[in-house]
Design a protein around this ligand. Structure first.
Ligand SMILES: [Zn+2]
Length: 161
């Protein structure tokens, strides 16, 4: 079932980058969406080894993403955090009820317990995520934090907060 990917991995391993340490050498962490149209390193002109990337549905600053940022800032030399939402994001296309309906239709199952935190107010969500990071006692004063929207059609980032 995974044979194609393992085969690809064997090819990759012949020239895989090695001998990196785990620090973010550009001092950057990015919290962004799992969307397959986004290339977080490339969109910022960064290379392997330069940034920590935390991906969540919608690029929401979840508890896990927050934990990752705390580790990144305090242990991994991160001093700038970008929270990046994007246009045409499914997580901003409606609330959880909308998402539940879609998953229910796709799966044919009862998904009434499913809660993913979808929110049509993308900018409000982004601002709250940035504020959570700014307010965190283990991040405040240690890293700059910005909120951005990536346009999947133009490839451009615009800063919101
Ligand atoms: Zn998305």
């Amino acid at each position: 079932m995974f044979d194609d990917l393992l085969e690809a991995n064997r090819r990759y391993a012949t020239s895989a980058p090695r001998n990196f340490d785990g620090y973010a050498h550009a001092g950057v962490a990015v919290v962004t969406c799992m969307d397959s149209r986004l290339q977080p390193l490339e969109m910022l002109g960064l290379m392997l080894g330069e940034a920590k990337i935390l991906r969540t549905p919608g690029g929401h600053v979840t508890q896990d993403a927050l934990n990752g940022c705390v580790l990144a800032v305090n242990l991994l030399r991160v001093n700038r955090i970008l929270v990046i939402a994007h246009t045409k994001c499914a997580m901003a296309s409606g609330d959880d009820e909308v998402i539940r309906q879609r998953v229910a239709e796709a799966s044919g199952l009862d998904v009434s317990e499913l809660a993913v935190g979808a929110n049509a107010d993308q900018e409000g969500q982004l601002r709250r995520g940035v504020q959570m990071l700014l307010d965190h006692p283990l991040i405040a004063g240690r890293a700059q934090v910005g909120g951005f929207v990536y346009d999947v059609d133009s490839g451009l980032l615009s800063q919101v907060v």
